[in-house]
Design a protein around this ligand. Structure first.
Ligand code: ZN
Length: 137
């Protein structure tokens, strides 16, 4: 089995952001030379995540509102007793999950028609990374 590893770098302008990264994942798959296998795309942080869904602005707005409703910003989190203020960012990351694994077929990322890969940032304006690890033959 062969492995190919890349790191994507992020520094978002906003505190919360949803970054379309399908082209970068596709490029890593092509560069790997792997024809059959899978690719792991995983946020290397506890306040960001990776998810697969539609690249449609209205939906992205709805996802952001939904996350804010389920895990709202507020001052009273226990986590803030440590001096931090990002309790909601941790909870939002748990809801989205930190990684996805995707199929590679015939040397290409084998996604469904509307499936796109996103990096979800919940505590931005700082340096963040995502690992892309292609595995297969
Ligand atoms: Zn924290």
């Amino acid at each position: 089995m062969k492995f190919h590893t890349e790191y994507l770098q992020f520094y978002t302008d906003k505190h919360r952001a949803y970054v379309h990264i399908t082209p970068q994942v596709e490029a890593a798959v092509v560069k790997s030379g792997i024809k059959e296998g899978m690719v792991l795309v995983s946020a290397m942080h506890i306040t960001s995540g990776v998810y697969v869904n539609d690249n449609e602005d209205g939906l992205i707005h709805d996802i952001d509102e939904w996350l804010e409703k389920l895990a709202p910003f507020r001052k009273e989190y226990k986590h803030h007793e440590t001096g931090e203020d990002n309790g909601d960012s941790h909870l939002k990351a748990l809801l989205i999950h930190h990684e996805v694994i995707l199929p590679v077929t015939n040397g290409k990322l084998d996604l469904g028609t509307w499936q796109r890969v996103f990096y979800a940032e919940f505590d931005g304006q700082r340096n963040k990374r995502v690992i892309v690890k292609v595995m297969g033959e």
